[in-house]
Design a protein around this ligand. Structure first.
Ligand code: F3S
Length: 388
């Protein structure tokens, strides 16, 4: 990989240990994937925030990087942490709180914004064609497919390195030829709810692995495509999809999705028929439209006493939709910022069965939360969680 004189000096350690480490990560990655140079990125979005998933070793590394001068050169944002500072924080041990705080303090020292959301695109929307270095898989698919920005699916270290250097190696989805569809998918099944898009995503992720499919003519709202992408990136490695009419003459590998495929995928996401003790919406974090829809469905209803309902969103969206948030909270649901079910320890809070409208949550809950999952559209989730 060609490096400029300045980049070479950074690699040799002339600009400090933290910059050297960051440059080493980028060069290693670039060499591995055949990049020819580093290119500037508009923003970095970092995963590797929740203490639940990070563990103790990472805390020391981040601390050292911050102490030795690691500083973000570009706009850099953070994924959710293990709890919010208002509700869940009171229910976990002081030790866990302390460890999570140390992680956030290190990122703070590195000038990385504590956005603590997986939907950074609601705070600042990237422009089409901008190069990014994002690490949250659901946000990566959304950025590439819906917003038409250009990002690889970064890991925590490479997104952090890109934040510090302000650049990323020019391989993968930073190259136009790798963004073109290499598979065609005809959706024969009827798509009725946001949950159907998530179920489709789980099926396609397993079927297509890391392909860049064109889901020919699929029409969904941005929120529905958000569910589709989040789910595809959970069961597979997809980082981009298209929804164009197919006019190309090129012969591409073709697939079709029928009602029976959707039925099978849905069955795999429902691991229990027990009553839920937690109803959760907001994976990925809710948009303003979704907050409004939840408020309208909950208006005049009360969350049942024998369960909890959590609605997760970003602080940004919550502040912009405070009136709807008040309606949701008056009904007895908790609107939580900075966190979500998968990155917190819900088993320790006594929750065994999660009902959700998110196929991503249903896919991971049995392994990451040791909990049973029930997948249902938003309307059904709210009917189950509350009484008139
Ligand atoms: Fe976001 Fe948590 Fe889902 S980080 S994508 S709400 S698993």
């Amino acid at each position: 990989m060609h490096l400029t004189k300045l980049e070479e000096r950074t690699l040799e350690g002339e600009h400090g240990w933290a910059n050297q480490i960051a440059m080493k990560i980028l060069v290693k990655l670039g060499d591995l994937f055949g990049a020819t140079k580093l290119i500037p990125v508009q923003s970095a979005h970092l995963s590797g925030v929740s203490y639940k998933h990070m563990g103790d070793g990472a805390i020391e590394f981040l601390n050292e990087l911050a102490d030795k001068g690691g500083r973000a050169q570009i706009q850099a944002t953070l994924n959710p942490s293990s709890f919010d500072p208002e509700y869940l924080v009171k229910r976990y041990t002081k030790e866990r709180f302390g460890k999570q705080e140390r992680i956030l303090a290190s990122y703070g020292k590195m000038m990385i914004q504590p956005t603590l959301t997986c939907t950074p695109y609601y705070i600042q929307k990237p422009q089409a064609g901008q190069h990014l270095a994002w690490a949250e898989s659901s946000a990566v698919v959304y950025a590439n497919s819906v917003l038409k920005a250009w990002t690889n699916r970064e890991g925590s270290p490479s997104a952090l390195a890109a934040a510090i250097i302000g650049k990323t190696p020019n391989y993968g989805l930073h190259q136009a030829e790798n963004r073109k569809p290499n598979a065609l998918v005809k959706i024969e099944a009827r798509m009725k709810t946001e949950t159907d898009y998530g179920i489709l995503g789980i099926h396609l992720g397993k079927l297509l692995k890391d392909k860049a499919p064109n889901l020919v003519g699929l029409q969904g709202s941005d929120d529905e495509l958000k569910q589709l992408g989040a789910a595809m990136a959970s069961s597979g490695m997809t980082a981009i999809f298209h929804t164009m009419a197919h006019r190309g003459k090129e012969k591409l590998e073709s697939f079709s999705v029928e009602a029976k495929d959707m039925k099978e995928a849905a069955a795999s996401l429902n691991t229990s028929d027990q009553n839920p003790d937690l109803v959760f919406v907001g994976c990925p974090h809710c948009s303003e439209r979704e907050i409004k829809a939840i408020a309208n469905l909950l208006r005049g209803r009360k969350v049942r006493k024998d369960l909890e309902m959590w609605v997760c969103t970003s602080r940004h969206v919550k502040e912009r939709r405070q009136n709807y948030v008040d309606t949701i909270e008056r009904a007895g649901a908790h609107v939580l910022c900075d966190t979500c079910v998968l990155v917190s320890w819900i088993k320790d809070l006594g929750f065994n069965t999660v009902m959700t409208n998110s196929a991503k949550t249903a896919f991971y809950a049995p392994t990451l939360n040791d909990a049973e999952a029930r997948l249902a559209p938003l309307k059904k989730c709210i009917q189950t969680a509350s009484n008139p």
